[in-house]
Design a protein around this ligand. Sequence first.
Ligand SMILES: Cc1cc2nc3c(=O)[nH]c(=O)nc-3n(C[C@H](O)[C@H](O)[C@H](O)COP(=O)(O)O)c2cc1C
Length: 164
Amino acid sequence: MFNHIPYPRQAILVTCQAEIDNMGKTIDKKNIITLSWHMPVSYDPPMYAIAVAKKRLSYEMIKRSEVFCVNFLPYKLKDKVLFCGRNSGSAKDKFRETGLTAVECEKIHCPRIKEAEAYLECQVSDMVEAGDHMIIIGEILKADEKRKGKRIFHLGGDSFTTTE
Ligand SMILES: Cc1cc2nc3c(=O)[nH]c(=O)nc-3n(C[C@H](O)[C@H](O)[C@H](O)COP(=O)(O)O)c2cc1C
C-alpha cells in the first residue's frame, strides 16, 4: 500500500445535513465526518476539494444537499476527531456523542462546529469519481478564521501530531 507515504496530513471535520431514511422514517440529520484527504484547488473562484469514499453516509448526504462545511479543529480536540472517523452517522449522533456544538452556517443550510479554529462554507460545484472515492469540489461561499492555534495532523491509524 502507498497510503502511509503522503502523511502527516491535517485531519479536518466536514459537517453536512440532509434528509435520510432512518428505519423507514425520513429524518433531517446533521452529521460529521473526519477526513485527511482534502485540499484547496482554486483562488478565483475560491474552491476546496475533499475526497470521500462512496460507501460513507456523509457522501450520500453531501450528494443530496450539495453543500458541506470544512472545519479545522484545535489539537486538544483530537480524540473527538478520531471518534468522528471511527463511527458512522448511520448508527450514532456524532454531535451528541462528542459534545461538539452545531451552529448554523451563514451562506448554506448546513451546521458548522463552534469549537473550530476556522471553517469554510462550501457549495458543491463538481464531483469527480476517483476509484473508490469521490472528489467533491466545493466553491467557498464563506471563509472565517476565529483563532490561529495548533491544528491536528494525522500520522496514520489512530495517531496524531501537531506543529511546534
Ligand atoms: C484520521 C482519519 C482520517 C480519515 N480520512 C478519511 C478521508 O479522507 N476520506 C474518507 O472517505 N474517510 C476518511 N476517514 C474515515 C471516515 O471518517 C469514517 O469512515 C467515518 O466513520 C465515516 O462517517 P459517516 O459514515 O458518518 O459518513 C478517516 C478516518 C480517520 C480516523
